[in-house]
Design a protein around this ligand. Structure first.
Ligand code: BES
Ligand code: MN
Ligand code: MN
Length: 458
């Protein structure tokens, strides 16, 4: 039963809140692929219209050298605390398209789930804030100030957001950052992420002969770049699944026994995990649990690898080049630029004779941790507890939102990761989805955060 005018507004407008999200999901705002540039711009305009309709002031689409940033605010009293809401309206590329059960940009609601690219990451999650703000502004009003910044380049490394934040420190001044772009443990086990991993992403290219060769005429006598690349990649982990790059673990902040015990409180079912993923067993760094491997430990993964002949049938060829995209997830206090440098130096040093290696860094970002004893965390915890009827568990997340460390560095702000998704939402995968349950819980919890934070936050 709705027990406040805000809840009553949310309950009465549920259907419209869903329809509006579906409309936003129909815009293919893929930031990585230039062919969607006009769609990304159209999406920014749509977000602007929604912020205006929700009742925000000074709403603006701010151009950048890349995709635009949408900004709006509502200052009710400069003496009151200010919440800076951040989200992203850009989405990951939808491919492979043939693995989707319905087209990625034609949202389908099935069994309480919204299926579409961006439904959970992050349109469905940032739009909860727009609707929560609407609900507050049309009823009791806001209990504190809000600034909203929704960017269009999160999925490509937020390259233009850093300069924007630096150039707009005054405009973005706030007391806390609130982001819904992470996941919880389960719908009946609410949790709040208190950490994110950093990232170092790069591309490697191994070059052998100056042209593709007949693998019978030259094979055995000339180094094959694909063979060489595979050997080099394989050598980056040892038998304990530790990364072999010299110095890689030097800065890693180890957790205390107590901290590890606290994290182990969160429920985790390994059988359910392997069954859900269709894998025969888990595999990872010796000495750490599966949740630890996926959150507090650094990793190295090949994201893509190519070279040689991959068409129909067989072609006997010894290729001239082979390439791979490699990402490393980092933990406090590893520095992205330093890890990139260590990788580059090591990778060049392990090239076998007969090939040359080129390493090209892409984007990176630093890890972040949030305290669990701040007024903002306590407000978030209370808000979730009221929405779910259960106190949320603090957990460390494995993904990256590089801008979180930047908010801390440039604006001196801590972030609350107020995410309502689930790991099973298939973000970045085919059939991405978001539960209507989660969408509505978020819209209900956000005004409660504002309420508690306004009372304690400055
Ligand atoms: N929302 C995700 C990050 C995330 C997902 C954090 C789930 C925790 C749990 C975000 O949109 C994302 O995908 N970030 C990228 C990094 C970026 C630099 C491309 C990532 O983590 O790969
Ligand atoms: Mn995201
Ligand atoms: Mn993402």
């Amino acid at each position: 039963m709705p027990n406040t005018p805000v809840d009553a507004h949310i309950e009465a407008n549920k259907g419209r809140f869903l329809d509006e999200l579906l409309d936003l999901l129909r815009i293919p705002s893929v930031s990585a692929d230039p062919k969607y540039k006009a769609d990304v711009a159209r999406c920014a305009e749509a977000v602007k219209v929604r912020l205006v309709e929700a009742g925000l002031d000074k709403v603006e689409v701010c151009p950048t050298p890349g995709h635009p940033i949408v900004y709006g605010e509502k200052i009710i009293d400069p003496a009151k605390p200010t919440v800076l809401v951040y989200g992203h309206y850009d989405v990951q590329p939808p491919d492979p398209l043939d693995l989707w059960d319905s087209p990625p940009f034609e949202p389908v609601v099935k069994d309480g789930m919204i299926y579409a690219r961006g439904s959970a990451d992050d349109k469905g999650q940032f739009y909860m804030h727009v609707k929560a703000l609407e609900a507050m502004l049309r009823t009791n009003g806001l209990p504190c100030n809000v600034k909203v910044m929704i960017e269009g380049e999160e999925e490509v490394g937020s390259t233009n957001l850093g300069p924007f934040v630096k150039a707009n420190k005054e405009r973005l001044a706030a007391d806390v950052v609130l982001i819904s772009d992470t996941s919880m443990i389960a719908n009946d086990v609410p949790s709040i992420n208190t950490g994110l991993r950093g990232l170092s992403y790069l591309e490697v290219e191994v070059t052998g002969p100056n042209r593709d060769l007949h693998s019978g005429v030259y094979g055995g006598a000339v180094a094959n770049p694909i063979n060489a690349l595979c050997e080099m990649i394989a050598s980056l982990h040892d038998a304990d699944r530790r990364i072999t790059i010299p110095g890689f673990y030097d800065a890693v902040r180890e957790l205390s026994t107590q901290e590890r015990a606290a994290l182990a409180e969160a429920p985790f079912d390994e059988q359910e995990y392997t069954r859900d993923l269709g894998i025969p067993a888990v595999r990872g760094e010796q000495g750490y649990s599966t949740p630890e491997r996926a959150s507090i430990r650094p990793t190295l993964d090949v994201n893509g690898i190519w070279g040689g002949y991959i068409g129909e049938g067989a072609k006997t060829v010894l290729p001239s080049k082979a390439s791979a995209k490699i990402s490393m997830r980092l933990v406090p206090d590893q520095k992205s630029a330093e890890i990139t440098r260590l990788f580059q130096q090591h990778f060049e040093s392990i090239a076998p004779v007969g090939v040359t290696v080129k390493v090209t860094p892409h984007h990176g970002g630093e890890a972040a941790v949030t305290p669990t004893d701040s007024p903002a965390y306590l407000a978030a915890s209370k808000a979730m507890e009221e929405a779910f009827g259960k106190k949320p568990i603090p957990t460390r997340g494995g993904g990256s939102i590089p801008i979180v460390a930047l908010f801390e560095k440039e604006l001196g702000l801590k972030t609350i990761l107020f995410g309502f998704g689930l790991d099973s939402d298939n973000i970045h995968s085919p059939n991405e989805r978001y539960g209507i349950f989660n969408y509505m819980k978020g819209i209900t919890a956000i005004p409660r955060f504002f309420h508690h934070f306004a009372q304690s936050g400055k």
